[in-house]
Design a protein around this ligand. Structure first.
Ligand code: UGA
Length: 441
């Protein structure tokens, strides 16, 4: 194919907005589509509606090239695009562990109705295995172009906070396809990415869907594994921090995603392992991934144990105590508070009668909206004013750099729980602080 295919990106959340912007920067003509006119207006006027380092600058650049537009019209998108990326969310269903596929089905249906010529629809959303095959049938039955429209699956592995890099230079690409034409179209749609030598694994649809949940499950398992070791350390007086460092020297184990602490949260890992276990049950192979329930359980216990440590430092009761909570986002370099361990801990302490003051460098607006019952500080030192206990819940760099003496000058007591193993215990203890961390003596 000589001409670059024209792309549409349906769903302009984290995944979709980043994908649309990066593809336009890399030279493609792109239309971003969303049912939310407010999001579309913001993006079209150059505003990224969430916190992602580097993305606002790239949006400006992409809009200047004239190659990136935004619309709420599926008809316009269908008319324009050769390759349509489905990037909508698949949250956890209310009252169930299953994934909610409402948005995927709605976007595919809305698009298919307008597809009157040959086109490729590419799923990027994280879905239960078997969804793609079903969507392929749905598209064929709804699109005026019928069999001319094919479906492929191309799971996305981007991490919030590194979304631009992960999109422009992914460590691998997975193309789940059912025809040579689909593969050729995908290769054309990612030409500049592949030209950098990024490896491509071509698979069937089911394998491509599975790669994504298998990867996230593995990452969650690694984190919960080290946190399970932290529980053992707590019972024995051993130090999980040193244990993790010693394990990491073994290249077969590796040190990445082996950081002990408060555990994982966010819009992906927790709901993905639950949906995977649920889907496996449906398929009659629930036992194969039964351990994922344990992974989830270990992860939730870390939140409860962090609360326990704060209670301990308060002398057994937090009622009426003042707690400074440093961090609200589910991880640093993000304003995302979906299933954020930090806010979970802060809200639990507040329910137990503590007066909790939160500070986060990026997630304040989101946190305030979801937790109006909590107090909010201007910065870390302000949040720590008169605090009986300080608890670090998200490992932002600026929290690592806090001067223990400066914080001691405003806090009521020198007591700190380091929920993320982000601080140097010797430095804090040296400054007179009682320092506690999960799995450390
Ligand atoms: C995760 C995956 O890492 C991405 O590859 C995937 O594309 C994405 O989900 C997705 O499915 O869309 P993300 O949710 O951005 O990305 O966050 P991670 O960087 O994976 O962190 C997840 C959580 O694990 C955070 O709460 C983090 O604090 C925690 N974590 C991470 C630990 O507790 N310990 C570690 O060693 C590493």
């Amino acid at each position: 194919m000589n001409l670059l295919p024209r792309l549409t990106v349906i769903g302009t959340g984290y995944l979709g907005a980043t994908h649309a912007i990066c593809m336009a920067v890399m030279g493609y003509e792109v239309i971003g589509v969303d049912v939310d006119p407010v999001k579309i207006e913001k993006l079209a006027s150059g505003e990224v509606p969430f916190f992602e380092p580097g993305l606002p600058e790239l949006l400006t650049k992409a809009l200047e090239t004239g190659r990136l537009r935004f619309t709420t019209s599926f008809a316009e998108a269908a008319e324009f695009g050769d390759v349509h990326f489905i990037c909508v969310g698949t949250p956890q269903q209310k009252g169930s562990h299953a994934a909610d596929l409402t948005y995927v089905e709605a976007s595919v249906t809305s698009l298919a109705q307008h597809l009157t010529r040959r086109a490729l629809v590419v799923g990027k959303s994280t879905v239960p295995v078997g969804t793609a095959a079903r969507l392929a049938r749905l598209i064929r039955s709804q699109a005026p172009a019928g069999d001319q429209v094919e479906l492929a699956w191309n799971p996305e592995f981007l991490r919030e906070g590194f979304a631009v890099d992960d999109t422009m230079r992914p460590d691998r690409m997975v193309f789940g396809v059912t025809s040579a034409w689909s593969e050729q179209m995908l290769r054309a749609a990612f030409e500049p990415v592949l030209a950098q030598g990024v490896p491509v694994k071509v698979t069937d649809l089911a394998t491509a869907e599975l790669v994504k949940v298998a990867a996230n499950s593995f990452l969650a398992t690694k984190i919960s594994y080290i946190n399970a070791m932290a529980e053992i350390c707590e019972a024995t007086g051993a130090d999980v921090h040193d244990l993790a460092e010693a394990l990491a020297y073994d290249e077969r184990i590796g040190g990445k995603f082996l950081r002990p602490g408060l555990g994982f949260g966010g819009g992906c890992l927790p709901k993905d392992i639950r949906a995977f276990a649920h889907r496996a049950e449906e398929l009659g192979v629930g036992q194969a991934v039964g351990f994922l329930r344990e992974i989830d359980g270990i992860n939730t216990r870390r939140r409860a144990r962090t609360v326990d440590l704060v209670v301990e430092l308060c002398g057994g009761d937090v009622a009426g105590k003042r707690i400074a909570a440093l961090g609200a986002a589910f991880k640093p370099n993000s304003d995302d508070i979906r299933d954020a361990p930090a806010l979970d801990v802060a809200a639990t302490l507040a329910r137990m009668g503590a007066s909790v003051v939160v500070y986060d460098p990026a997630a304040m607006d989101n946190a305030r909206r979801q937790h109006p019952e909590l107090g909010y500080g201007e910065n870390a030192i302000d949040a720590a004013r008169d605090a009986d206990v300080v608890v670090l819940l998200t490992e932002w760099t600026e929290f690592r750099e806090i001067d223990p003496d400066a914080m001691a000058a405003v806090a009521a007591g020198r007591r700190i729980v380091d929920g993320r193993h982000a601080l140097d215990p010797a430095q804090w203890r040296g400054a007179g602080w009682e320092y506690r961390a999960l799995g450390r003596p």
